[in-house]
Design a binder for this molecule. Structure first.
Ligand SMILES: Cc1cc2nc3c(=O)[nH]c(=O)nc-3n(C[C@H](O)[C@H](O)[C@H](O)COP(=O)(O)O)c2cc1C
Length: 285
């Protein structure tokens, strides 16, 4: 079950996805945290961010929309308050980062590079819920430039998280790899919206949000397959994984590891179940 992503050694290929597992303490007692392959923490930024106005989540057919807007307490709070707990769990901690400029991403990478408890960094260039003209992950040149600059600031394993809200995800994945990223993870959420027909108003205060859960799985799977057959670096697949069978589909499509997101909200112990199922499947192969 063991795999490597860059310099990180994982005891199994199942990780908790950013933003759906908090900073792990929230899941203490609900899942045996030591069993996870890795934990990707909620995206942090240099300074605290309040996030978007509420309501910022709503349920849709076979999925959910969210527009959290990267609410977090900032990097210094993360290092002082969250990292000590995370470091003691005994699984690799991958810290998801975001910023409004290349300078902010680089500042975060440099700051985290000094921290022993951080195994890797995931670049969230694909959050659809922040007010900016287009995403970095929608532009291959911007993706290359950002990943290259961040690469210069850290020797930690670097993962670039891609957006599905693009015409050709392969060209973005290639740009991230060329810039020196160790792996790509995909997909972040699909931009969507829902309207309450009683009030006539959007169900999210942000109007639009990111769609996740089983509804997106076939599209995410197709994108993972497309990227995996076109790049040499490891691909971490996600999007609608609810069961071990779903995870196995992603592994068969070419992913080296998977991340589990929305499923954690429905069943907090789901990662452990998925790990058991994948292990059983590997034994029979
Ligand atoms: C409520 C919520 C919050 C999320 N927050 C983040 C985040 O902070 N950073 C990030 O990179 N992805 C975030 N995501 C995206 C997930 O990590 C994942 O890419 C996406 O939901 C697809 O996987 P899933 O269908 O298994 O949830 C969030 C998803 C949800 C549902």
């Amino acid at each position: 079950m063991g795999i490597s992503i860059g310099k990180i050694k994982l005891k199994n290929p199942v990780m908790a996805a950013s933003g759906t597992f908090g900073y792990a303490k929230e899941f203490e007692g609900l899942v045996d945290l030591k069993k996870l392959g890795a934990i990707v923490t909620k995206t942090i930024t240099i300074k605290p961010r309040p996030g978007n106005p509420m309501p910022r989540v709503c349920e849709t057919a076979s999925g959910m929309l969210n527009a959290i807007g990267l609410q977090n307490e900032g990097v210094e709070d993360f290092i002082e308050e969250k990292l000590p707990y995370l470091s003691k769990i005994g699984v690799p901690i991958i810290v998801s980062i975001s910023g409004d400029s290349i300078k902010e991403f680089c500042g975060l990478a440099k700051r985290l590079d000094k921290e022993k408890g951080v195994a890797g960094i995931e670049l969230n260039i694909s959050c659809p819920n922040i007010k900016r003209q287009g995403l970095i992950a929608q532009d291959k040149n911007a993706t290359y430039e950002l990943a290259k600059k961040v690469r210069e600031k850290t020797s930690k394993t670097l993962i670039t998280k891609l957006s599905p809200n693009v015409t050709d995800i392969v060209e973005i994945a290639k740009a991230a790899c060329k810039a020196g990223t160790d792996a790509v993870s995909l997909v972040n959420t699909f931009l969507g919206m829902a309207i309450d027909i009683e009030t006539g108003k959007p169900r999210l205060a942000n109007i639009t949000g990111g769609l996740s859960g089983p509804a997106i799985k076939p599209i995410a799977l197709r994108m993972v397959w497309e990227v995996a057959r076109n790049i040499k670096k490891p691909v971490i697949g996600m999007g609608g994984i609810m069961t071990a069978d779903d995870a196995i589909e992603f592994l068969l499509a070419g992913a080296k590891a998977v991340q589990v997101g929305t499923a954690n909200f429905i069943e907090p112990g789901v990662c452990e179940k998925i790990i058991k199922g994948v292990e059983k499947w590997k034994k029979t192969r």
